[in-house]
Design a protein around this ligand. Structure first.
Ligand SMILES: Cc1cc2nc3c(=O)[nH]c(=O)nc-3n(C[C@H](O)[C@H](O)[C@H](O)COP(=O)(O)OP(=O)(O)OC[C@H]3O[C@@H](n4cnc5c(N)ncnc54)[C@H](O)[C@@H]3O)c2cc1C
Length: 414
């Protein structure tokens, strides 16, 4: 088939891997190179803080494709190689091996990396981050067997999942979070409290409203965590989960517009000809929200890679899905769809203090901006349809378990 004169994909994560898969599935028979800085072939990250860290799944379950898929699909996968230069005028990508790859189109799928903790002592041994499979290998080995005093810094998704895994392995865990509850910036106080209770009930010493001032060590190894105005917390292991930063260096150096991610249109095209971006690194214009949105979630990479591939092949593409995220912690499983204002009004179907429930964040006109189903399954599609519709929904019906959610979705908007 016709198409660009060779596609180079920089970043061999989920977005990169699903993009090359779609290029081939759509019949593109030109040259495809997938360049990844990690030694590992593409894998999915959610298991790294869940099944894999719990010891309930092996390494191989995380990979996107079998090892032989790349050669079988005529995809030139280069692992352990970093792209260090992008020259859009010359249509070239420079690798740290010195090799220069010419491209017809380049897709930047460089993802994000763990934000570092900006306090004295953060460089001590025993301070861990969780972004890669290699990080998870080491952390899993250190948590297994229990008995280590673990301090988790940050009550976001990754911090909470690591805390759950550390407890599962029998380690004493203290979790430090500056806001009044975990997940405060996403869920707000009332729903953040559900996660606070969950972790406390599993023995986590949850310190909210507390900030880390410094890490102290001896012999080069971390020994304690100093909080603002508190006693030092003894620590054998400190796991930092304070967010991620998009990997935009290549794009910035090449002169692409970057504002919290590589700025792209709904078809994932950047302002520079023949340069596309997808996944965690892309700030794509959302028609729904009327602004550029960078979504750091698995589903966005899963669907964004294929969307970019189709766009590269000249198909009409609008990548504007309702943001979706999931987590598993202890016995709790949840899915969150949409983009709610954490301080906006929330109504619930079921009681968050007692068991399974669905929370809905409402907009100014009573429309559903986001929904979170906790231990309630097979409803995420319907919640997303409600978000997509943008129509007001009567609260009495939204909160009444006897009313099927599907009945609340206006006809034609599901
Ligand atoms: C521990 C963990 C758990 C998660 N759990 C969930 C979850 O439960 N639910 C959910 O929705 N999301 C979850 N996420 C988020 C989800 O994994 C990400 O949104 C997803 O990985 C994004 O995929 P990506 O391909 O855009 O980027 P990435 O996965 O970051 O992959 C980008 C790849 O590009 C490589 N790269 C970067 N720069 C270069 C370069 N210059 N040259 C070559 N290669 C380069 C990187 O090394 C990396 O391998 C989790 C993330 C982590 C870290």
């Amino acid at each position: 088939m016709s198409g660009p004169d060779g596609v180079v994909v920089v970043g061999a994560g989920l977005a990169g891997a699903t993009a090359v898969e779609t290029l081939r599935a759509e019949g593109f028979d030109g040259r495809v190179v997938l360049v990844g800085a990690e030694e590992e072939r593409p894998y999915e990250r959610p298991p790294l803080s869940k099944q894999y860290l719990l010891g309930a799944a092996g390494r191989d379950g995380a990979h996107v494709h079998a090892a032989e898929w790349y050669a079988d699909s005529d995809v030139d996968l280069r692992t352990g190689v970093r792209a260090v230069g992008l020259d859009p005028a010359a249509h070239e990508v420079e690798l740290d091996s010195g090799e220069v790859l010419r491209y017809g189109v380049v897709l930047l799928a460089t993802g994000a990396s763990a934000r570092r903790l900006p306090v004295p002592g953060a460089e001590l041994d025993g301070v861990r981050y969780l972004r890669t499979l290699a990080d998870a290998d080491r952390l899993r080995a250190e948590l297994t067997g229990g008995g280590r005093r673990v301090v988790v810094v940050g009550g976001g998704w990754i911090g909470l999942e690591v805390a759950a895994a550390a407890r599962h392995h029998g380690n004493p865990v203290t979790l430090v979070e500056p806001r009044p509850t975990p997940l405060h910036g996403v869920l707000g106080a009332r729903l953040g409290e559900v996660f606070a209770r969950l972790h406390r009930s599993h023995g986590v010493d949850l310190r909210t409203g507390a900030s880390v001032r410094a890490l102290e060590g001896s012999g080069g190894r971390v020994r304690s965590v100093l909080l603002d105005g508190g006693d030092p917390l003894p620590a054998d292991l400190v796991v930092v989960g304070v967010g991620a930063v998009p990997e935009t260096a290549l794009a910035e150096a090449a002169g692409l517009p970057v504002r919290n991610g590589i700025v792209v249109d709904p078809a994932l095209r950047s302002a520079v000809p023949d340069v596309f971006a997808a996944g965690d690194v892309a700030a794509a214009f959302s028609l729904r929200y009327g602004r550029h949105l960078r979504v750091e979630h698995w589903a966005n990479a899963l669907h964004g890679g294929p969307a970019a591939a189709r766009s590269i092949l000249g198909q009409d593409v609008v990548h504007d899905r309702v943001p979706y995220f999931f987590t598993d912690q202890y016995e709790l499983g949840m899915e969150y769809s949409g983009l709610g204002r954490p301080d906006g009004p929330v109504v619930c179907r079921g009681n968050p203090d007692e068991g399974p429930f669905i929370a809905f964040w409402l907009g100014p006109d009573g429309q559903v901006e986001a929904g979170m189903n906790v231990d309630v399954w097979d409803v995420a599609e319907q919640v997303q349809a409600l978000v997509r519709s943008g129509e007001p929904v009567p609260v009495e019906q939204l909160t009444d378990p006897a009313v099927p959610l599907a009945e609340l979705v206006p006809t034609g908007s599901g």
